[in-house]
Structures are given as structure tokens and as C-alpha cells.
Write a protein of this length. Structure first.
Length: 322
């Protein structure tokens, strides 16, 4: 039985067709309620988008962001409803910081969804104006990639967007500069450079164009003090209070995601393991490769959720209403 978990919420890129379909089949009352509330908050048909829509309908930033957050919140509510689950420590990878703050009592779910909806719209606007690209570089130290980015600055904006783990760094910016950094990184010994299927250059200075407008949105929302520890992906350190949380959400638009620091900070807490709540298994993979925790779980599909509920000690009997 496990119950003292560092709980991680995924970011954009984790979306997939049918990502909440199993939740609606296995836990229709709980997941259906969360998705219905998410639809009301965002004005989007999220139940259909998260269960039956094809991949291409989920791809736009302004759709992917609320869909991922809604699915993550539905999984969290299933764990709460079926197992009384309470995370020990939470963090979210960029976008995932919103459901993490909901889990910690800093934001109301509907407020988080409205903010994410607007965040996605503003980011999509940047993409339409400046284009851009993101590429994951594997097998080269982040410090060396920083040097290459500086050398390529005359070609355009190119910066590190994600410090995901020692072996994976993501660069973001204007396409010619991003492509040249990727080429030079491979020449410098990187194992691979993988162009990401994203519609905007996230987490670089190109996003500063929307900081003020999004900051105004944040000011209209109430932020409470965290009821449990929240590790910020902007700083890799704990969120102090509600005001600090609000400021970090503004800063994360153009600042890099320091996920390697988040995992290091989580290791300092006395937890039984790591749990990824939401679609995908990217964060579980990062956690596994750090080797800090022997227990790493995800909620990627019905089988994994069922197994997790059994481990949490409160799995309902087969056929029980959910």
C-alpha cells in the first residue's frame, strides 16, 4: 500500500485522442461531473474533445491546454473519490502547475480552467504572429547547449525552454535559430535532436508579449495559501503563498521549466514515491531515470488507475458504481 506520494501533473504534449474515454467508462459519475464543470468554465465541449475527438482537434494550443488540465483534474477527483487520495507534495510541468495548485487548494478548479483557456488563446496568438519551433536535445549537457544558443543568437531568438533532466533539454524560439542550434548540438556530440509537434515557441522571450495581458487575468482570480507543499517548475523551489503562486504563473510564460530542479527538490521530502496524475507518462519517465524513488506510478490508462487504486487500498469491488 502506498499513500505518501510526490504527485506530478503533465504539461502540453501529453494530450492524445481518447485520453479521458476510459475515465468516463470506468468512473462516469466522477469524471463526468468534472468534465461537465470544465465545459461550463471554458465554454469548450471538453467531454467530447477528451473522449472521442481525433488527435488533430486536440492539437491547437488553445484546445490542448484546457483539455489536458480537465483530464488531469478528472483523474485527481477519481483518486480522491475512490481512495480518499491526498498528495504529500505536488508539482506541475508548466501547464501542469494549474492542476497542481488546485490539488494544493491554491486555486479553485473552475478558476484554473478559465485561466488555462485564456493562456492557451494568448499563446496561440503569439504563434500566429511570430511562428517558432521547439526541439528536444538529448545526450548533451545543458551548459553546452546554452553556449550554442548564445552563439546562434544573431540568427534569431533561441533559448532553453525546459531543463527536463540531465540528458534532455528543450530549446525554443524562431525556427531558423532553433534548427541551427539543433544542428550544432548534434555536431557537438548530442545523441539526438527531436523537433516537437507544438504550435508555439513556449517558454522563451517571445512569450513576453503576452505577460502583461495575462497578468491582468491573474489579478482577477483569488489565490489562497497552499495547504500542502507545491514545488514551482519556474524556480524548482516551494511556492510560499498565494501571491507568490500568482507571480510564478506570470513568469512561467517566458521562463524555462526547471523540471530537473523540481525532481531534486522532491527528493528532499519524505515520500514513498512519485505519481503522475493525468494523460501520458512523460513525467514518470523522467522520475524513473533519476532513480531517486523506487516507486513511480502513472495514471495513463484504465489498467494503471485500477492498479493504483488497489495499491492505495480502496479499490471498489468489480461492477461497483462509480
Amino acid at each position: 500500500m502506498i499513500d505518501n506520494l510526490f504527485t506530478m501533473f503533465p504539461g502540453q504534449g501529453s494530450q492524445r485522442a481518447g485520453m479521458a474515454g476510459h475515465l468516463l467508462r470506468e468512473h462516469p459519475r466522477t469524471a463526468g461531473r468534472v468534465l461537465a464543470r470544465a465545459e461550463e468554465a471554458t465554454g469548450l465541449p471538453l467531454t467530447a474533445l477528451c473522449s472521442t475527438a481525433p488527435e488533430e482537434e486536440l492539437a491547437p494550443t488553445e484546445i490542448a491546454q484546457p483539455a489536458i488540465v480537465a483530464t488531469s483534474l478528472a483523474v485527481l477527483e477519481v483518486l480522491r473519490d475512490q481512495a480518499g487520495f491526498v498528495p504529500a507534495v505536488v508539482a506541475g510541468h508548466s501547464l501542469g502547475e494549474y492542476p497542481a495548485l488546485v490539488a494544493a487548494g491554491v486555486l479553485e478548479a473552475e478558476a484554473a480552467l478559465r485561466l488555462v483557456r485564456r493562456r492557451g488563446e494568448l499563446m496561440a496568438g503569439v504563434s500566429r504572429q511570430v511562428g517558432g519551433a521547439m526541439t528536444a536535445v538529448l545526450g548533451l549537457a545543458a551548459a553546452r547547449i546554452e553556449e550554442i544558443c548564445a552563439d546562434c543568437a544573431p540568427l534569431g531568438v533561441v533559448e532553453i525552454a525546459n531543463y527536463n533532466e540531465p540528458g534532455q533539454t528543450v530549446i525554443s524560439g524562431q525556427r531558423p535559430a532553433v534548427e541551427e542550434v539543433a544542428r550544432r548540438a548534434l555536431a557537438a556530440g548530442a545523441e539526438r535532436a527531436v523537433a516537437l509537434k507544438v504550435s508555439a515557441p513556449f517558454h522563451c522571450s517571445l512569450m513576453r508579449a503576452i505577460e502583461d495581458e495575462f497578468a491582468a487575468e491573474l489579478e482577477h482570480v483569488s489565490f489562497s495559501a497552499p495547504r500542502l507543499p507545491v514545488i514551482s517548475s519556474v524556480t524548482g523551489t516551494l511556492v510560499r503563498d498565494g501571491g507568490h503562486a500568482r507571480d510564478l504563473l506570470r513568469r512561467q510564460l517566458a521562463g524555462p521549466v526547471r523540471w530537473a530542479d523540481v525532481l531534486g527538490a522532491a527528493a528532499a521530502h519524505a515520500v514513498d514515491g512519485c505519481l503522475e496524475v493525468g494523460p501520458g507518462r512523460v513525467l514518470s519517465g523522467f522520475a524513473n531515470r533519476t532513480g531517486v524513488h523506487s516507486v513511480v506510478r502513472s495514471t495513463h490508462d484504465a489498467r494503471r488507475i485500477s492498479a493504483l487504486l488497489r495499491e492505495l487500498g480502496q479499490q471498489p469491488a468489480p461492477g461497483a458504481a462509480a
